[in-house]
Design a protein around this ligand. Structure first.
Ligand SMILES: Cc1cc2nc3c(=O)[nH]c(=O)nc-3n(C[C@H](O)[C@H](O)[C@H](O)COP(=O)(O)OP(=O)(O)OC[C@H]3O[C@@H](n4cnc5c(N)ncnc54)[C@H](O)[C@@H]3O)c2cc1C
Length: 388
């Protein structure tokens, strides 16, 4: 075997597909079923409005894939380029947004800073009095994570990837080279049999720290529970509305179909360091009431007659600076995890970069120097923190 990918979420499957398309023999070990991790619990947001150059570059490279997805995979993933609207209530947030927009524009992202009234033209339901500025980019949007994940799984299988569900990796094996830390990766252990491999890809999302530990590597990637709900709003949310975020309260919504909206936010109930196997996958009543009330204070759609239809919780895999780890961590071990809430949208580029690291020995699609794990605990971690 050439490569074993640990994790059948969108990052693992995109990596496996890209490797197979380069003619390499790949097995994906997924301990549960395809979709049992975070990917199918995501909001599906896809944006280039980030505050670090690396995240913007990952977005642009991924958007090229999302835009041509239907032609390549023959699946309509309901990709809607409605834009993203970020709303600021303070001068400090506005300044951070202005700096980010300048950096984004230098890279060709058509984002812009708007006055509150102009923001209301993009999203008629906001109370513009509450805000001092906004940013908007028309090429941002969202897609259906379930459809995208299943399309990647099918394409990987068609390309020759051996996708094994119900197959947990229980150990990552390293050559005994006489050193304490261990030598090159030589394979993995599974309940069925050990699998020899030249490369192992850690794409285990919220479980990535555990998989890294199997190879005697410590990475600061923590599971963090996040909740979402579908709301039948008092006033229908237009299907053309952008994904709209109030940066100060952390609440956001995006239109679903038929006037409903997906609503989320990081208020109460947003607990770090959950056991990734044992967390509550439903929503907390207090969280739902709190988020809906907060959203109703700035978005007129969510009046008292709004009804919560259903909701769910999933796990972000967060790092201290909210940026991913993407690197060859020890010889033969590729880490592609810790995406901190942007792993769905960045998976297409990540898959390509994992394949480049393995097949070419270096990444070229995007400069991923900022995503190496040696940044943790240094000044780089503070300076390159992703704030939007
Ligand atoms: C509520 C919510 C909203 C979100 N919204 C967005 C959004 O709008 N846009 C965006 O880009 N991202 C969003 N995200 C984040 C996104 O879901 C993740 O970043 C992304 O799905 C990560 O994909 P992954 O493949 O790394 O992980 P996962 O999909 O979690 O896959 C990891 C897989 O590894 C498997 N695994 C773990 N350990 C082992 C083992 N030892 N052996 C074998 N298999 C193993 C797991 O079973 C799992 O299936 C959101 C997340 C949540 C929870």
């Amino acid at each position: 075997m050439h490569t074993v990918v640990v994790g059948g979420g969108i990052v693992g499957l995109a990596s496996a597909l890209e490797l197979a398309e380069r003619g390499l023999e790949v097995v994906v070990c997924e301990k549960g079923s395809i979709g049992s991790g975070s990917t199918e619990r995501a909001a599906g947001g896809i944006r280039a409005q980030f505050s670090t150059p690396t995240n913007v570059e990952l977005s642009l490279a991924s958007m090229a894939v999302w835009s041509a997805f239907e032609e390549r995979f023959d699946v309509d993933i309901d990709y809607r380029r409605n834009g993203y609207l970020f709303l600021a209530r303070t001068d400090e947030t506005t300044a951070a947004l202005e700096t980010a927009v300048e950096m984004q524009n230098e890279r060709g992202v058509p984002s812009e800073v708007l006055e509150p009234e102009a923001a209301r033209e993009r999203c008629p339901g906001i109370d513009s009095q509450k805000f001092v500025a906004a940013t908007y980019s028309p090429t941002d949007g969202f897609a259906d994570p379930h459809l995208a994940l299943q399309a990647y799984a099918r394409a990987a299988g068609d390309a020759g990837v051996d996708v094994r569900t119900g197959t947990p990796v229980t150990d990552v094996l390293r050559e005994d080279d006489g050193t304490e830390s261990g030598g090159r990766i030589v394979g993995v252990e599974t309940p069925d049999a050990p699998l020899e491999a030249e490369y192992v890809v850690n794409a285990a999302g919220p479980w990535a720290r555990r998989v890294a530990a199997m190879a005697d590597v410590d990475l600061p990637i923590a599971p963090k529970r996040r909740q979402m709900m579908v709301v039948d709003s008092e006033t229908p949310v237009p299907e053309s509305d952008p994904l709209t975020v109030d940066l100060e309260t952390g609440t956001y919504f995006r239109p679903e179909r038929d006037g409903e909206a997906l609503v989320g936010g990081h208020l109460a109930g947003d607990d770090p360091d959950r056991d990734p196997d044992g967390y509550d996958r439903g929503i907390d009543f207090d969280w739902a009431a709190d988020v809906l009330e907060t959203a109703s204070e700035w978005a007129t759609y969510f009046g008292p007659e709004s009804r919560i239809k259903r909701g769910w919780a999933g796990l972000y895999a967060v790092t201290p600076d909210d940026n991913a780890v993407l690197e060859e961590t020890v010889p033969g071990l590729i880490t592609a995890a810790g995406f901190s809430g942007h792993g769905f949208q960045h998976a297409p580029a990540t898959g390509r970069l994992v394949a480049e690291l393995i097949a070419d020995g270096e990444a070229s699609l995007v400069d991923i120097g900022a995503l190496s794990s040696d940044r943790f605990g240094t000044e780089r971690e503070r300076l390159e923190r992703n704030v939007v």
